[in-house]
Design a protein around this ligand. Structure first.
Ligand code: NCD
Ligand code: ZN
Length: 349
């Protein structure tokens, strides 16, 4: 049995760190083990301009622990009004790594998202031309007739497939894959499309969320689905295939917002993320594929070099922390796998 593994330092290709006191409370968890992270732009108001992204990047950098070499990769929140020139300038200046597409209403802070897919055509055409990545929350949410468990499949058929035909040179990331259909689609469309996979979509199905008491802490978008879907996502992650890579979708919320009558979507997993992925690969007998998933496939899809540093994990159980305290009214955020035994531990890097 492997007891210790050293891999290139991983990156997180999908991360929410929020702002203000929450940002200060959570940033260190990612910075301690990850080299880079794609920072999601769904603040209120969203990060839609170069000036917004520069200011947000400053705040992220200010929240880093002393001496950290972590590098935030900023994204531009796509709206019906996004200006292709602003996107191109931000990319050329190294401010925007990619553009993030949220269909309106699909998830937390998506109210400013895309309502009319015709209106974003000039931006997509420009991105195709300059080689800039499009990151997609791939769920069809505006039509109330679409079942919440089918949103990913419907989005792929109705929006994504036509987009890949109209812009064959546009490189896309379909984020937080949650269904067998999604996984199969990415595989079929690689290398044009890559897909990120969260730790929790490899481990949870809807029975975990709803089968014995309702567990609002497992409520996230895309929603966890059938066991068949979980299995497909899990198998894709541990396959080591180049089109699948790490994106935690760690999304902290104040406890009161998670436990409200109308609770919000998002699962805060950064404090146990890399350790949880290690468990998944270990239990699948696939630790030899761990580095590809965590540290190589993502940079390759983005056209970036992998990190030079390494981290080492050891099988050495510890107990997952319950919560982080947040200064001010947000008070606290509960953490995924709180109180559970976490099998792996980062011992170096
Ligand atoms: C994310 C959040 O809270 O910002 N929530 C979630 O359920 N995953 C947004 C997102 O990535 O969908
Ligand atoms: Zn997210």
């Amino acid at each position: 049995m492997t007891e210790r593994i050293t891999i290139r330092k991983p990156d997180d290709w999908h991360l929410h760190v929020r702002d203000g006191a929450m940002l200060k409370a959570v940033m260190g968890f990612t910075a301690r083990h990850f080299g880079r992270a794609i920072i999601m732009p769904n603040l209120v108001p969203p990060v839609t301009t170069i000036a917004d992204a520069l200011a947000y990047r400053e705040r992220v950098m200010a929240a880093l622990p002393e001496g950290s070499t972590f590098q935030p990769l900023m994204t531009c929140y796509l709206t019906d009004e996004t200006d292709p020139d602003e996107v191109e300038r931000g990319f050329a200046d190294g401010v925007f790594t990619g553009v993030k597409l949220y269909p309106v209403g699909a998830t937390t802070n998506s109210a400013a998202g895309v309502t009319d897919f015709e209106k974003i055509r000039p931006v997509l055409a420009r991105m195709e031309k300059i080689g800039m990545r499009l990151l997609i929350h791939g769920e069809e949410a505006a039509d109330p007739a679409v079942d919440v468990f089918d949103r990913e499949a419907v989005f792929i058929e109705k929006r994504l497939e036509p987009m890949t035909k109209d812009y064959p040179g546009l490189r896309i990331v379909l984020e937080h894959l949650s269904s067998r259909i999604g996984v199969d689609y990415v595989r079929a469309k690689a290398p044009q499309i890559g897909g990120t996979i969260t730790p929790y979509h490899t481990l949870l199905n809807r029975n975990h969320m709803l089968g014995s008491g309702i567990r609002p802490y497992y409520y996230c978008m895309p929603i966890v689905k059938r066991e068949e879907d979980r299995r497909a996502v899990h198998d894709a992650a541990v396959s080591g295939e180049a089109c699948f890579f790490l994106g935690t979708d760690s999304a902290p919320h104040p406890m009161a917002a998670k436990l409200a009558v109308v609770g919000c979507a998002g699962l805060f997993n950064a404090p146990v993320a890399i350790e949880t992925y290690a468990k998944v690969f270990d239990e699948a007998g696939a630790l030899d594929k761990f580095e590809a998933f965590a540290s190589l496939n993502g940079p390759a899809h983005y056209g970036l070099a992998p990190n030079e540093d390494t981290i080492t994990l050891e099988r050495s159980p510890w107990t997952g922390p319950d919560e982080v305290k947040i200064d001010g009214p947000e008070d606290r955020a509960l953490i995924y796998r709180a109180g559970e035994t976490i099998e792996w531990r980062v011992v170096e890097g």
